[in-house]
Design a protein around this ligand. Structure first.
Ligand SMILES: [Zn+2]
Ligand SMILES: [Zn+2]
Length: 333
């Protein structure tokens, strides 16, 4: 089978022919229908996760059909369509027991400690799987675990109430365009901020208001009291996000993941406006299940900016770096 592998730490990537993985008792073999590219994959290629196992199959977002089940697997059977959490929780530590397995002390992360999903077939632990309901397309499912459900949990953490105003930066991107839809599905009024007129066309199909450009705070404040900012771009827009969020508002910081990126934060501003700046990553299983249902109900529609085959992985990387890109980039089998 074909797979995108990282041969070693900072040794680039290649598309290779590999043996089909052999599954253990608690594992399943999944024929991957679609996988999705994420900024974390770029960081992984660049070597931001030095403790990863190598060689490593890249990719952590996928939907597919179970082909084989290990002898101890009870909850799933051949033919089931599934997606997965980004990691395998132990389901036994205090965080897992408290319903926040995203903080699991013993979690194993796909495409870091375990092989990922940019392959024709993938080996997964059954206890990280989430069943995809009928009525949810493959494109609709693949955007949920790392994107839509992650945003949903962020808005849940931030305590979003119906009717509140949410501003989304980087609004045309893979996270942004779905973040708009999640916030709207939860009853928010949404302002999308994007960098150019081309991208504004797609943003305005989903957001209630669209603002173009990096200086958006004055215009945004005229629209209403902004309770929550979903901050996808980081240093480019965070100053304006701090300016536009209402007193007592919250900023959910999702981008930029690059650990070398820094920002001069004016603490007095944060304190006097009583702003909560929340780092945020990841979704729990129940967030993924809830969000898959929002997709099923048609409240979230997948926005796909490009789709390539495994052999064309180079092209997927070009697409994700393209400044005019919108939506998610998929890899199909
Ligand atoms: Zn991802
Ligand atoms: Zn745990």
């Amino acid at each position: 089978m074909k797979a995108v592998i990282l041969p070693g730490y900072k040794k680039g990537y290649k598309v290779e022919e590999l043996e089909e993985p052999k599954i253990g008792k608690d594992e399943v073999l999944v024929k991957v229908n679609k996988a999705a590219l994420c900024y974390r994959d770029l960081l992984q290629i660049e070597g931001f996760y030095p403790k990863s196992k190598y060689p490593l199959i890249l990719g952590h977002e996928m939907v597919g059909i179970i082909e084989k089940v290990g002898e101890d697997v009870r909850e799933f059977k051949e033919g089931d369509r599934v997606t997965s959490m980004l990691f395998v929780p132990d389901w036994s530590c205090e965080y897992c027991k408290g319903g926040e397995e995203v903080y699991c002390k013993n979690r194993l992360i796909y495409a870091q400690e375990l092989d990922g999903f940019f392959a024709e077939k993938a080996k997964l632990k059954a206890n990280s799987l989430v069943r995809v309901p009928d009525g949810v397309s493959d494109d609709g499912a693949v955007i949920v675990p790392c994107v839509a459900a992650m945003v949903y949990r962020g808005l849940r953490k931030a305590g979003l109430k119906t009717g509140e105003v949410v501003l989304v930066t980087g609004a045309s991107g893979g996270v942004g365009i779905h973040a708009i839809q999640v916030a709207k599905a939860l009853g928010a009024k949404v302002i999308g901020v994007t960098s150019n007129e081309n991208k504004a066309k797609i943003v305005s199909k989903f957001a209630d208001y669209t603002i173009v450009g990096n200086k958006f705070s004055d215009e945004a404040k005229k629209i209403g009291d902004i309770s929550i900012v979903i901050e996808n771009t980081g240093t480019f827009t965070l100053e304006e996000s701090l300016k536009c969020v209402r007193t007592g508002g919250k900023i959910i910081q999702i981008g930029n993941l690059d650990p070398s990126v820094t920002f001069n934060l004016r603490l007095g501003y944060l304190i006097l406006k009583d702003i909560s700046l929340m780092g945020h990553i990841g979704a729990n299983k129940k967030d993924i299940e809830f969000t898959l249902n929002l997709v099923k109900e048609g409240k979230i529609r997948p926005v796909i900016g490009g789709e390539v085959s495994l052999e064309e992985f180079d092209k997927a990387l070009e697409l994700i770096k393209d400044k005019n890109r919108y939506g998610k980039i998929l890899i199909k089998n």
